[in-house]
Every structure is written in C-alpha cells, then in structure tokens.
Design a protein around this ligand. Structure first.
Ligand SMILES: [Zn+2]
Length: 444
C-alpha cells in the first residue's frame, strides 16, 4: 500500500504503528452552515480510505471532530436570535444527513470541542508550564520560535512567514508568528480557565482530542489542502512541544473543488449545497471520486450530469444482472470468477493501493460493466454473472456506492412469468404491455 505523505512530499509504503490497525484523524467541519459540494470531498474521500483499509483487513479507528465553538457560530447565533448550541446541534444533524446522502458512513467517533474543553485547557496549561506558551492579559500564545522545524509540513520558511506577518499588528505577541491558544472574551459563549473566561483558539482542539483519544502518535492525519497552513503546521508544533514527537506518520490532503475558476467557498462566488443537489447522490459520489484526491476538481453542471448518467449505466447493468439471477434462483449460489474477472479485480486493487487512485479504480468498474453486459447478451452465463455481481458488490463496498436493489417480489415474478407465457403464445400486444412494466422496474 503506497500513499503520498505531505510531510515528506514523497509517495511512501504504508507501515502502521500497530500491525493490523489504522488510527486516523480527519479535521471535521465548523458547524454554522450547511455543507457545500466542496466540503463533501473529504467526507467522501476519507470514507473511501477507511473502506479500503478495511477491505485489506485492517481495523480502522476513524475519528473526525466537530468544531462547535467558534466565532462564526456565535455570529450565526446572533443573526438567528438563538444560542450557539442550537446552531451547532442543527448543523451537526444536517451534516450527518448530508454525509448519509453522499454514501459516507456516520458511524465513527466524532468528538465535539464542548465535550473536550477540560482536555483542551489542560493541554494548553501544560504548554504554558513547559515554556512553549505564554499568557498576556488572559490571552495565551504559542511560542513558534521554540520549534526548530516550524514550517516542516507546508515547506514555508520562518523568514518568509515573518515578511507576511508584519502587516498584522498585535502588540501582545512576542513574535508576530505566535498563534492564539486561548483568548479571553466577553462576547458569545465562554468557558472558565486559569486565564479567565474565554474560548480556545482553533488549533488546539485536534491535538488535544488526538492525545485524549489515541494517547500518542496516530498513523494518518487528513484534511483539505487548505488546512496545511497554518492549522496542521500548528498542530505539529504543539504536539512537538507537548509530546516531543510528530503527531502523525502520514499526512494526507485532498485538493479543492473549483467552480468558475475559483475555489468554492462560503465567502465568495457560487456555492452548491449538498442538500440542494437535484441528482442521484451516487452520481455525485462517482463524480467526486473520478478525479484523483490530490488534484483539484473542476466543477461544472455538465460534468456532474455526465457522471450521473454514467452511474445510471453502471446501475442498470447491476440491476439487470441482479434480477436475471434472482429469476433463475441463482442469487444464493457461490461461483468463482474467471480469469478476465480476476484481472479486473487485480487492477482495481492495484489502483487503490497506488495512493488511492480512484479514477483508475473506476475505469475497472467500467470494465466490469462491459464484461457483464457481454455476459448478459449470451445464454447460460449465470455462473459468470453471479461472480460479476459479487465483484460489483466488492467495488461498491470499497467506493461506497449504493445501487439500492431489492430482491424481486411475488408480483414481479408473476409479471415476468406472464410475459414469457404471452410470448410463447404469440399474444404480442399483451407481451408488449408486460414488457413495458418489466422495463420500468429495471428487470429487463
Ligand atoms: Zn484539525
């Protein structure tokens, strides 16, 4: 298994810390709004990462947080004339609904900042005690120049960062690069701390949660490319100070979603919300996975539509196969793939093992469709069709695609029998009517 590590800028062989386990953490959303299709990209991609590791036999401990304490949530609460928790709860629920829609699992540990406040405060306290952080009038800052390799993840140099930081005037900080761990404030929801009533800065929650949940170094830390600097850089710096080691062995970052030549963002340009997509969500998932996760995705309505109809074709072949086997009472028979199918599977797995090359894996899904369509046109191919169906199920499980096909009902079977009888008896009008019905249900 090879994956590209942002920390070393190299494609590396994956070696887990514990033989059969993958411990991974992905930065989750700040819950003050509905997610757009760009936000859905890590939700889909890292779900596939988890699925593939599970396919390979690993136990995956997948954690992704909710930032439920933040200035944006406070602003939203004021706007809506409600409190922060109502806003956070509403959008956490909406997030789960959207994740479900796009086919991603929601059954993982999702810690909230409000639940980990004491861990976050004690984490900051230890940084202050060890001299890596300092307090000035109720605000706590991290001393960036105590970390020798600050900039290691983003490849930025302290001198260049200083150049950029000069515009920001904060007379409290010893160094313009120092970042906030705690801020004292009277606006919005606040929490008691050794430095007064206030709120934690955004960069500490993930490291404090990882420390609390995993108790040490994790295998994979993931997130969107936009988080590399400063968020992930600051996570690394804090953990270096706190635990004297890197927080994660592998850093994985997904690219952005581009719309009208700009990154899709809530603050500018056109935004398409996941909940407003008027297509089969599996088509959207296929669209997202058809670009390699590290490359940007260029979104247009046209390309999305193309993927939606591609998904319909895949689904049609799957459904027909399923029903043919069901009608022949062949669904519960176990068969073995022929060499051609074995090669398709081999190339699929190989693609996924090469830094999660989902576009190549999807090419194999299309090859499987071609293979199956050929078999559907031939006679006496139940055994091959049964093996193909099982392979579809494997690919769907890894990619998180759901065809939603149920076994035939008694009525469906009765219509099918009536259709074959009508054909036998040359009752062509009747046969045509029944055929229409069967086509409508996707049985033919
Ligand atoms: Zn984070």
């Amino acid at each position: 298994m090879k994956l590209y590590n942002t920390l070393t800028n190299k494609t590396e062989t994956f070696k887990p810390i514990d033989k059969d386990t993958v411990n991974m953490y992905v930065c989750g959303p700040t819950v003050y709004n509905y997610i757009h299709i760009g936000n859905a990209r890590p939700v889909i991609f890292f779900d596939v990462v988890r699925r593939f590791f599970e396919y390979k036999g690993y136990t995956v401990n997948f954690v992704s947080n909710f930032t439920d304490v933040d200035d944006k949530i406070i602003t939203k609460a004021i706007e809506d004339e409600t409190d922060e928790m109502t806003v956070a709860n509403k959008f956490i629920e909406a997030f789960y609904k959207d994740a479900e829609r796009v086919g991603s699992s929601t059954k993982y540990l999702a810690p909230r900042v409000t639940e980990y406040m004491s861990s976050i405060i004690s984490y900051i306290e230890q940084l202050v005690e060890s001299g890596y952080a300092y307090e000035i009038e109720g605000n706590v800052f991290f001393r960036v120049d105590k970390i020798n390799d600050y900039g290691i993840l983003s490849g930025r140099k302290i001198e260049d960062l200083m150049e950029g930081a000069r515009v920001e005037v904060n007379t409290q900080k010893e160094n313009p690069l120092d970042f906030t761990l705690w801020k004292t404030t009277e606006t919005g929801i606040t929490y008691p701390s050794p430095w007064g009533e206030g709120r934690p800065g955004w960069h500490t929650e993930c490291v404090a949660m990882i420390h609390e949940i995993f108790g040490g170094k994790i295998d994979i830390h993931g997130g969107g490319i936009g988080l590399i600097f400063p968020h992930h850089e600051n996570e690394i710096a804090q953990n270096r100070a706190f635990a004297k080691h890197h927080i994660a062995n592998y850093w994985m970052h997904n690219g952005q979603l581009i719309i009208d030549d700009k990154k899709m963002s809530k603050s500018e340009g056109r935004v398409v919300l996941v909940k407003d997509l008027d297509y089969d969500y599996m088509g959207f998932r296929l669209f997202t996975l058809s670009t390699h996760y590290r490359s940007p995705i260029e979104y247009t309505d046209e390309t999305l539509k193309n993927h939606v109809s591609e998904w319909e074709k895949i689904k049609r072949t799957y459904t027909q196969t399923f029903y043919q086997l069901d009608l022949a009472n062949y669904l519960d028979t176990k068969t073995h793939p022929d060499n051609k199918l074995k090669q398709i599977l081999h190339r699929f797995v190989e693609a996924m093992e090469q830094d999660f090359n989902t576009p190549n894996a999807i090419t194999e899904l299309h090859n499987l469709v071609k293979y199956t369509n050929q078999k559907l046109r031939q006679r006496n191919t139940y055994s091959d069709l049964r093996a193909a169906l099982e392979m579809f199920d494997t690919f769907f499980k890894v990619l998180g695609l759901r065809p939603d096909v149920q076994r035939l009902t008694q009525t469906d079977r009765a219509i099918y029998m009536a259709w074959t009888d009508a054909r036998k008896n040359k009752e062509f009008d009747k046969a045509d009517r029944l055929r229409e019905k069967l086509l409508e249900k996707g049985i033919l």
